[in-house]
Design a protein around this ligand. Structure first.
Ligand code: NAD
Length: 268
């Protein structure tokens, strides 16, 4: 999150306990959300991959979060992380899942030519199954209801250059959000996704032409500006807090309006 941005401070999340999964570095959407939740009084546990520990652990601690290493592809690692969360926090009020991964070869060129069986399975496992798995585990720690949020992208709805396999994975993720919302609604657990516009993170850098996609996204948007991570965090705050109590099964676009734009004028 930009240093100059004044985080709105308050008590919106006071007394609420949350788990945020997917911190890699200070540019991560998970970190932007963690800062916003902490500024509103939430108590946090924050997970990261062990390979990112050097950067991620101090960041988690900087917002008062309990740092936990967790690899979502490994059941034993998920078991250990959730056991630690239950022991330290007891219950949860919200979960933010900000995790996605595909092999680099799946994120360039022709979708039809470059999609392999292994690449397909890997992207769906890390980017979608992990959401279902984390949702199931977190829901067991939400006896008083709660809010579950994941991050998606417009490439789920429309074929974007090079996004390829990740677009298919995000489409599955968005569907999983609706199924989970239906399942967990009677337990007063809401499940939603934020469809964020392009933000310069490590994940974006893994997509061929990702930087250029980011650079051009402002011109293609309705607001003629880049998506602000603070605004994605603000949406997460709305969804996680009691202000969002009637919203579930929703895909909320926070992308400067790019999702609803037709072709640019010069192409018509
Ligand atoms: P990021 O690289 O900072 O975060 C992705 C996280 O996924 C990293 O922390 C990474 O370690 C984690 N991860 C990957 N494999 C994992 C595994 N096996 N176990 C545990 N964690 C694993 O990038 P980000 O942009 O902050 O991504 C967060 C989410 O936001 C992703 O779902 C991404 O698709 C989504 N998103 C990003 C953008 C964007 O432009 N950056 C736009 C829309 C949606």
């Amino acid at each position: 999150m930009a240093d100059e941005f004044d985080l709105p401070k308050g008590d919106l999340m006071k007394g609420k306990k949350g788990l945020i999964m997917g911190l890699a570095d200070s540019h991560s959407i998970a970190f932007g959300i963690a800062q916003q939740m902490a500024a509103q009084g939430a108590e946090l546990a924050i997970t990261y991959m062990e390979s990112n520990e050097r950067r991620a652990k101090p960041l988690a601690e900087s917002v008062g979060g309990l740092p936990i290493a967790c690899d979502v592809s490994d059941d034993a690692s998920m078991d250990a992380a959730f056991a630690q969360i239950e022991k330290s926090m007891g219950t949860l009020d919200f979960l933010v899942h900000a995790i996605a991964m595909a092999n680099r070869e799946q994120l360039q060129g022709s979708f039809v030519e470059n999609t392999t069986r292994d690449g397909f399975h890997f992207a769906l496992d890390i980017s979608v199954y992990s959401f279902v798995d984390a949702t199931r585990r977190a829901a067991k720690l939400m006896p008083n209801g709660g809010s579950i949020i994941t991050l998606t992208y417009l490439g789920a709805e429309r074929p974007m250059p090079n996004y390829n396999m990740m677009g298919v994975a995000k489409a599955a993720l968005e569907s999983a959000v609706r199924y989970a919302a239906r399942d967990l609604g009677p337990q007063k657990i809401r499940v939603n996704a934020i469809s964020a516009g392009a933000i310069r993170t490590l994940s974006l850098a893994g997509i061929a032409g990702g930087r250029s996609m980011h650079a051009k996204s402002a011109a293609l948007s309705a607001l003629k500006e880049h998506t602000a991570i603070e605004s994605v965090a603000g949406c997460a705050l709305w969804l996680a807090s009691d202000l969002g109590r009637s919203a579930t099964g929703e895909i909320v676009h926070v992308d400067a309006g790019i999702h609803m734009m037709g072709p640019p004028e010069e192409l018509l």
